[in-house]
Design a protein around this ligand. Structure first.
Ligand SMILES: [Fe+2]
Ligand SMILES: [Fe+2]
Length: 215
């Protein structure tokens, strides 16, 4: 009789990842840390400003869905167990971001992106490919992604309604977490990616941000 092997097969891991993906896009995500908006009073009352803030936070929510998927895709194909652990640690912070953005979109009386399953699936595939390219490239991919996310969040600080203190607190905490993820990835040996790859990442992210603002 063949002994059962405790090591998960690739198929088992893919099924586990599929299940995680479904839960990320379909179930309410629970943050491990308190919401940075805390007890700050709601100050956005004008309907147009609320719609605008909700659209921006929906974009950020979609970005966090993508971040979750990228990190888990990269962890699936990472070679070094320590790199895998670091990727999964960062993914846990992204769950907080995801939950906070989702709460904020709902507070503003709106919904998250209907295309979340698409953002998850596409990003998971990109993450798995980045992982296959080797750990240093994969860590370089994290560093570059976070650099672009920080720039993007900075633009939202200018675009959010001036009095939207609750959204701003969340975005500020996200910026600081993403900066840490980026510097940890560089310190762990992440390579600078070639310019055409960085450009492609920027364009891909642009498609998502423009689409998720509306859908
Ligand atoms: Fe994030
Ligand atoms: Fe991050």
């Amino acid at each position: 009789m063949t002994p059962t092997h405790p090591r998960l097969t690739l198929l088992d891991r893919l099924i586990e990842e599929f299940d995680r993906g479904l839960r990320t896009v379909a179930a309410a995500n629970v943050a491990a840390r308190p919401n940075p908006a805390g007890a700050t009073a709601e100050s956005v009352s004008e309907p147009q400003a609320r719609r605008r803030a909700a659209g921006l936070m929906r974009v950020n929510h979609a970005g966090e869905i993508a971040a979750q998927a990228l990190y888990h895709g990269q962890a699936l194909t990472a070679r070094n167990p320590e790199v895998r652990r670091a990727l999964l640690d960062a993914a846990r912070d992204e769950t907080d971001h995801l939950a906070w953005c989702e709460q904020r979109v709902r507070e503003l009386g709106d919904r998250t992106s209907l295309l979340a399953p698409l953002w998850y699936a596409g990003s998971f595939a990109i993450g798995a490919l980045a992982g296959l390219a080797g750990d240093r490239t994969s860590l370089g991919f994290v560093a570059e992604t976070e650099r672009q996310v920080i720039e993007h969040l900075e633009s939202h600080m200018h675009e959010l309604p001036a009095d939207d203190e609750r959204s701003r607190r969340i975005v500020e905490q996200m910026q600081s977490d993403e900066a840490r993820h980026g510097s940890e990835a560089r310190a762990a040996g992440g390579h600078e990616l070639p310019r055409p790859v960085r450009e492609l990442m920027r364009r891909t992210a642009r498609v998502m941000t423009v689409t998720a603002f509306r859908v």
